[in-house]
Design a protein around this ligand. Structure first.
Ligand code: HEM
Length: 142
């Protein structure tokens, strides 16, 4: 194994800490999403940007979702810098899951009668949780 193929223990530890933080953050996003499902009053159809209440509930979910998205990006950057193929690949796939959920949330707010958008948010979350868990489980390879 050459020098460049080694992932330092420090990088692995850092990525594992960020990965665990990500799973916790995704679970908070999940709970926020459930709170919106139960307590956000939206119009019957059409855009949810006007006429939904309480609007702060969805705003908190969006802000937290943005932080989750940024954390996902940060994990990819750290993995790239630290030359961790495991975290670059699996963290990259996790990021795709977050991105899908984020886009679906937007689509849902543009048409609140779209059950599929709401469902795709859950699918994106499941994809993300799966790949970050997989990365935590797997040996860190360069
Ligand atoms: C990190 C990105 C996101 C994740 C992981 C996520 C996840 C979830 C989950 C698990 C739910 C509950 C179940 C469901 O309806 O699917 C939910 C609900 C909801 N989310 Fe998100 N979400 C994200 C981003 C967003 C964004 C960006 C918006 C708005 C622009 C949004 C708006 C909503 C709304 C309005 C609900 C309630 C849906 C309903 O009543 O059917 N979400 N979210």
């Amino acid at each position: 194994m050459t020098e460049t193929q080694v992932v330092t223990t420090e990088t692995t530890e850092r990525l594992r800490r960020l990965g665990l933080m990500m799973i916790g953050s995704l679970l908070i996003e999940f709970l926020g999403g459930m709170a919106n499902t139960f307590w956000l009053e939206t119009p019957e159809s059409g855009s949810g940007w006007d006429g939904s209440s309480p609007m702060w509930l969805v705003m908190v979910h969006i802000v937290w979702g943005t932080l989750v998205l940024l954390l996902g990006l940060w994990i990819v950057i750290v993995a790239r810098k630290g030359k961790s193929r495991t975290w670059l690949n699996l963290g990259g796939l996790g990021f795709v899951g977050i991105f899908i959920a984020f886009a679906a949330g937007n689509t849902f707010m543009n048409d609140v009668s779209s059950d599929i958008s709401s469902f795709v948010m859950s699918v994106g979350l499941a994809i993300a949780v799966f790949f970050y868990s997989f990365a935590l489980f797997k040996k860190d390879e360069a």
